[in-house]
Design a protein around this ligand. Structure first.
Ligand SMILES: *[C@@H]1O[C@H](CO)[C@@H](O)[C@H](O)[C@H]1NC(C)=O
Ligand SMILES: *[C@@H]1O[C@H](CO)[C@@H](O)[C@H](O)[C@H]1NC(C)=O
Ligand SMILES: *[C@@H]1O[C@H](CO)[C@@H](O)[C@H](O)[C@H]1NC(C)=O
Ligand SMILES: *[C@@H]1O[C@H](CO)[C@@H](O)[C@H](O)[C@H]1NC(C)=O
Ligand SMILES: *[C@@H]1O[C@H](CO)[C@@H](O)[C@H](O)[C@H]1NC(C)=O
Ligand SMILES: *[C@@H]1O[C@H](CO)[C@@H](O)[C@H](O)[C@H]1NC(C)=O
Length: 931
């Protein structure tokens, strides 16, 4: 260690905060002192409007929240109602037809800046995020213009522009709609086929709210020191390409290349040091830095004996290691600048060839581009089944955005059996809390860059170059992020306008990060050049893409809703048939066979009554929203115009559910969907949510019988309290909503069987299969029982299985159902490991005891409309006091067989299971737990 002796002392003073606000904090530039100018730190902000006589708007002054957004401030000040209530999002004049200026006063610490000294310390004003199109002024002087929602803006404050005195400096952020922003903001702002369509435009793209959506702060950098603007740790595996799971302590280890970006007020000499928590020796280097920005790369090793591997959930643990970074300028009184990141050690490969063949591995290790045998993932040598969903932003009203909601959403994904989340490109680079939770819980992230059609296509500009580099550096430490992807569905074709994704977007990303797999688009055929063939890591060559090749990654099938004149879907009813029972594929499965990765597929769905009712007037509680007066013109992809303006509120709320309900629950007349009222709306929404659950259940079970190693559902979450495609509801805890999103029935099915590593199901003609998609062998039992609606049960199958390690290990078997009518029973399958064979296992009155089975599956042999179910009465009693772990028991009683018993509550949390079958009798389980 070659650090000055002063080192230990100054560490204690290091980075300090005048005040540390809690939520939505980003990794920030590190310097002498950071002084937040935002909420939680006593800073008052006021938003002033210009007024507009043409639009009959008088000037206003309201209290503003920073971080936040204007619409949330307007609602808090009582000038508008909840923007998501009824059609409030269309009443846009107040935010759309005048200029809003956010202001605050701030105090400059004269002592810190040394305003009186000959060489004062540097003071900078930093915005982590402004959305967007805003001029930034201090004491009347323009510092710059923020044009991208995804850039961190940093401005030097010159001594001559600052004033001494308490609150003597005035900061103004002027949102001017005439500023050209080139679409650099959340593409789904102001409308997508699951987000409310506003009539607010920013150039040629729809928009909605705006404001200072992240923190604002001052940073002081003393003379002779430097600020650290980014720490970029990249983790490289040192061994040969592994095709078997690496074992702790017995692999080649890792090299961590840490690029540190510094910014200094003046040229300085000093010592840059890395303090890795996994080894005792620090790494340090004497460096000379120029005035302004510079970067230095230091390397530190991580031997197999020093660290434990980071694994996705279900494959191992998620150890995280702290990596400290310090810069100590040479002067005697110069304080140290320090920061840290958390990293994890894993080697990820996006595989497209036949790497079960050693000859291929040997050959491909020196080749570049993409193969066409399939697409699957390996981590630390272990191939695995990637299962999960696509994430959209949790909010369009940034002032409601909560870091904690992101954490809970990730936890729900993990509890639902998922191990992969794709961050979809029409949204935002998410708050740090999302990635932190993924690191901690072992969720892998397949991350798009934020580009979409509809006014958000890429352009080779310095703004976009800055944005890409900033975000890739900002997120670089997260072991959960394993793939950088160019865009959503942009079909990158060389020689066409879309080649910009290869030649600009992903070229910049690859320059910044050669430690992660890259992919042109989701979906794509991959690359011709520019990546190592075995793992798709950048190799430094230009990125080019092939023409058409074998399809290895797919989007779809999507079930859209229709049957009612709405913004999305079609007026005409397109009936479809429920795929019950499924047709089980008997094709061979395994990594050595051609395969497919499904990165999007899904079905539309509404949310629960609890979620939807608070943003609808009671007379509109019905799938058709009560009296439909105006006609809407159907045009699904034109979002710039509001076809249903001034009309029915449900027409604005995403897809109709008519066709789904009819497919599963039998043909209902228009008059049924036209009905309104609490009871009928609850029934309609229940049917709609079950229809989505059943479509996806049959879809995923069919996929799992075929050779697919990726299964990412469209989509995980909702952006407002209505419908969309999610298995989780809107997750902002406003009225009726659960923090992080209430689970819809589908999410319980994911947990129970669809995303269980070992699962059994049955289809047509009693053809069944058990599948081991875990990376470990399965030694255990599976059983299949018929639950007859008259209440009796018959065992049909019971067998021990010794399945080799997955993914992709399938064993077919048959049950004899030839003398039973599918309308009179359901099948229940269970699998449990040998260890618990002795302890026995018990199906509780409502579903499996999740502690000892690996999966529990309820299988319909006919669609719900055709079942001959008796009338049943189900009652529930909630235990008067919680259990020790905080969960609350619920006692259920059924007098006859009941299917899809679904509980709901306004409380924050989830049930142990839901949408389950109950034979007559009583049952009790740990019913409800906080998420
Ligand atoms: C003022 O209102 C008129 C009419 O609504 C609109 O055309 C104009 O763009 C508005 N001006 C500003 C600055 O928003
Ligand atoms: C800033 O200071 C000025 C002058 O004292 C005062 O009028 C104004 O209300 C202050 N603004 C805020 C946001 O506190
Ligand atoms: C840094 O060190 C070099 C070599 O000793 C010296 O030439 C240079 O003047 C120093 N720079 C500063 C800013 O002290
Ligand atoms: C990092 O520093 C090197 C060497 O000074 C320089 O060539 C390069 O442009 C810098 N990279 C970035 C991204 O600033
Ligand atoms: C993949 O390689 C294995 C091992 O060599 C071989 O058995 C298998 O047939 C190959 N698969 C394909 C599709 O070529
Ligand atoms: C349902 O409402 C639609 C739209 O208002 C109307 O055209 C239709 O006649 C209604 N159907 C019935 C059966 O009431």
């Amino acid at each position: 260690m070659r650090l000055p002796s002063l080192y230990v002392l100054v560490t204690l003073v290091g980075l300090s905060w005048a005040c540390q606000p809690g939520d939505l904090l980003e990794v920030i530039p590190s310097a002498g002192t950071v002084d937040y100018l935002t909420g939680g730190c006593g800073h008052e902000w006021v938003a002033f409007s210009s007024g507009n006589s043409t639009a009959a708007l008088s000037p206003l002054a309201i209290k503003a929240q920073v971080p936040g957004d204007l619409l949330t401030d307007l609602q808090a000040a009582g000038h508008i109602g909840d923007p998501l209530y009824e059609l409030n999002f269309l009443k846009s004049a107040i935010w759309d037809q005048q200029t809003w200026t956010f202001t605050t006063n701030f105090t400059v610490d004269i002592r810190q800046v040394g305003l009186d000294a000959a060489t004062p310390n540097r003071l900078q004003l930093v915005f982590d995020g402004v959305k967007m199109g805003a001029i930034i002024r201090v004491n009347g002087k323009v510092l710059g213009t923020a044009t991208s929602q995804f850039i961190r803006y940093t401005y030097d404050l010159k001594p001559e522009d600052l004033r001494a005195g308490n609150g003597a400096n005035k900061l103004e952020v002027v949102f001017d709609r005439s500023i050209r922003v080139g679409g650099r903001f959340m593409a789904c702002s102001g409308g997508w086929d699951w987000a409310p369509y506003t009539n607010t435009m920013q150039e040629d793209a729809t928009t909605f709210s705006y404001g200072i959506w992240k923190h604002v702060y001052l940073i002081y950098t003393p003379q002779g020191s430097a600020s650290i603007t980014h720490v970029v740790p990249h983790v490289f595996f040192k061994g040969l390409y592994p095709t078997q799971a690496l074992v702790d302590g017995q692999h080649a280890g890792f090299t961590v290349k840490v690029k540190v970006f510094l910014s200094a007020p003046a040229a300085t000499n000093g010592t840059l040091a890395l303090l890795p928590s996994w080894r005792s020796a620090n790494i340090s280097r004497r460096i000379s830095i120029p005035a302004g920005g510079s970067n230095h790369t230091l390397e530190v090793q991580a031997d197999a004996t020093e660290i434990k591997l980071w694994w996705p959930i279900g494959m191992g643990e998620q150890p995280l290691y702290k990596l400290g970074v310090q810069f100590q300028g040479d002067g005697q009184t110069v304080p140290v600048t320090q920061t840290s990141r958390r990293i994890g050690f894993r080697y990820f490969a996006l595989v497209t060839g036949n790497d079960t063949d050693p000859a291929y591995v040997a050959r491909a290790s020196t080749e570049e581009g993409t193969e066409s045998m399939g697409m699957y993932f390996r981590i630390n040598g272990a191939a695995f089944w990637s299962k999960g969903a696509n994430v959209i932003p949790m909010e369009e009203l940034e002032g409601r955005m909560l870091g904690e909601a992101h954490r809970v959403m990730v936890r729900s994904a993990a509890h639902g059996g998922m191990n992969t989340l794709r961050v979809w490109g029409g949204g935002i680079f998410l708050p740090d809390e999302f990635y932190d939770a993924c690191d901690e819980l072992g969720l892998l992230v397949f991350h798009d860059m934020m580009y979409a059609q509809l006014g958000h296509a890429p352009e080779r500009t310095s703004v976009q170059d800055t944005e890409l580099r900033h975000q890739v550096r900002r997120l670089s430490s997260h072991p959960s992020i394993v793939i950088w992807d160019g865009c959503n569905e942009c079909t990158v074709t060389m020689g066409s306008p879309t080649e910009i994704y290869a030649t600009f977007v992903m070229t910049v990303v690859a320059e910044e990060d050669s430690s992660r797999s890259i992919w042109p688009s989701c979906p794509a055929f991959g690359w011709s050049t520019g990546v190592h063939k075995l793992d798709s890591l950048p190799n430094g060559n230009p990125l080019t893409t092939p023409g058409k090749s074998r399809t290895i990654e797919v989007h779809g099938y999507y079930q859209h809703g229709n049957g009612f004149p709405a913004m999305n879907g079609e007026i005409k009813m397109y009936p479809f048939k429920a795929n019950i029972p499924i047709k089980v594929s008997t094709e061979s499965t395994g990594l050595d066979h051609p395969n497919i990765f499904a990165s999007e597929f899904g079905a539309v769905v509404m949310s629960s009554f609890e979620s939807m009712a608070p943003t609808l007037a009671p007379e509109h509680w019905g799938l058709h929203g009560g009296q439909q007066s105006d006609t809407c013109e159907y045009d699904v992809h034109v979002v710039a115009h509001n076809q249903c303006q001034g009309s029915n509120v449900m027409a604005q709320r995403n897809y109709p559910c008519d066709n789904l309900i009819n497919a599963y629950f039998g043909d209902h007349p228009d008059s049924y969907f036209n009905m309104t009222g609490e009871a009928i709306f609850k029934q309609q929404l229940y049917q709609c949510m079950l229809s989505q659950a059943l479509i996806l259940k049959t879809d995923i079970e069919t996929r799992r019988s075929a050779n697919q190693f990726g299964c990412l559902v469209w989509q995980l979450n909702e952006i407002w309290p209505t419908g969309g495609w999610g298995s989780l509801e809107y997750g902002t805890p406003v009225k009726g909503q659960v923090l992080g999103g209430r689970w819809k029935p589908l999410h319980y099915l994911f947990r129970r069987s669809l995303f269980a590593d070992v699962m059994a199901t049955c289809g047509l003609d009693g053809q069944c299969y058990v599948k081991n998609d875990s990376p470990r062998p399965f030694w255990g039992m599976c059983s299949v029982t018929a639950l007859h609606f008259d209440g009796h049960q018959t065992g049909l199958f019971w067998l021990g299985f010794d399945l080799p390690q997955g993914p992709g290990v399938k064993q077919l078997f048959k049950v004899n159902v030839s003398n039973m009518n599918g309308a009179d029973y359901i099948l229940r399958s269970e699998c449990w490991p040998t260890e618990v064979r002795e302890q026995g296992h018990a199906i509780t009155a409502f579903g499996a005891s999740m502690e000892n089975v690996v999966s529990f599956n309820e299988i319909l042999m006919a669609r719900p409309a055709d079942l001959r179910l008796p009338a049943a009465k189900v009652s529930a009693t909630v235990a008067p006091s919680p259990n020790e772990d905080g969960s609350i028991d619920i006692l259920l009683t059924a007098d006859n067989t009941a299917l899809f018993v679904t509980l709901t509550t306004l409380a924050h949390g989830r049930f142990s299971d839901n949408a389950f079958a109950m034979p007559p009798g009583k049952g009790k389980a740990r019913g409800f737990t906080a998420l």
